[in-house]
Design a protein around this ligand. Structure first.
Ligand code: PEP
Ligand code: MN
Length: 291
């Protein structure tokens, strides 16, 4: 993954031959579609919120209830989690099939659709049964046979950008989904890996420029995940607001009732009160720009 300047290595020839299905047919072309009754790509800001991990039934119920009340369109949360290191205390244990069942129950009880990640082919049917949107994590962005298998479920798919992928790589991966006839693809920018000097402040850098850059080339909706990008909850609000200002079609946020006790990355989630305030602010900015 070579490109440091998203968009710069994309030629007209690429658009015609490498990702014709992702590419806009004219400057105003944009995909507008429904996923679980929520409109993507239109005059609507889509908000995804929830914990990093589906830690317990109690947690996912509490989060579903509160994020729904405060304006989330989708409940997020991983039952299958890509963790950077293999060693885990019991607190970090993925809840896997059990977690998917809890998501299903929370979705039904609080009437909120669900987005959740699948990492292994054998779990695609299980996840597709419960998820309204299947999340493909950044680490799987270029696992092409896996993308094809997920695409074949015909479920809406969120394709997170790998932190080392150029826009060209990202659109190439999205094309694998579209060419299976699955047109409901949402692109999610979640922070890119940057030189060591920057990592003193942050593990990843939210690439806000890729929002307009992608929207120049593709008709697909583009959303951001400021939580995974910044890693620090204090920076989530400014970067979420900046995402909306940059033209994002949606924002994914990690929300936890007690962030410091989050099983994973406890510095990252915002709490319910912060989420409530932030959704109001994001919608204000979105509505100003819509006019
Ligand atoms: C997540 O959203 O839970 C996640 C693991 O994200 P990413 O794949 O972007 O790291
Ligand atoms: Mn995570």
């Amino acid at each position: 993954m070579d490109n440091k300047f998203p968009g710069k290595d994309i030629t007209k020839e690429d658009i015609r031959t490498k990702f014709p299905l992702c590419a806009k047919k004219n400057p105003n072309h944009r995909s507008v579609f429904n996923a679980a009754g929520v409109k993507f790509g239109g005059k609507n800001l889509v908000i995804f919120a929830g914990p990093n991990m589906v830690e317990s039934r109690k947690l996912i119920f509490e989060v579903a209830k509160n994020v729904k009340k405060f304006g989330a369109d989708f409940l997020r949360g991983g039952a299958f989690k890509p963790l950077t290191f293999p060693y885990r205390s019991s607190k970090y244990t993925e809840t896997r099939e059990q977690g998917i069942q809890w998501l299903k129950e929370a979705k039904e009880k609080y009437n909120i659709p669900v987005i959740t990640e699948v990492m292994e082919e054998k779990y695609i049917p299980l996840v597709a049964e419960v998820a309204d949107i299947i999340q493909i994590g950044s680490r799987n962005m270029q696992n092409y046979p896996f993308l094809t298998k997920c695409a074949k479920t015909m479920k809406p798919i969120m394709l997170k950008r790998h932190y080392g992928a150029s826009l060209r790589d990202w659109l190439g991966a999205a094309e694998y989904i579209l060419c299976e006839g699955n047109e409901k693809v949402i692109l999610c920018e979640r922070g890119v890996s940057v030189p060591h000097t920057h990592r003193v402040t942050s593990r990843y850098l939210l690439d806000l420029q890729v929002v307009p850059a992608a929207q120049e080339i593709t008709h697909l909706p583009v959303v951001t995940d400021p939580s995974h990008a910044t890693f620090w909850s204090n920076w989530v609000r400014p970067m979420a607001l900046a995402s909306v200002a940059a033209g994002a079609n949606g924002v994914m946020l990690e929300v936890h009732p007690d962030p410091k006790n989050s099983a994973i990355d406890p510095l990252q989630p915002i709490n319910f009160k912060e989420f409530r305030k932030l959704t109001v602010e994001m919608k204000k900015i979105f509505n100003i720009l819509k006019k």
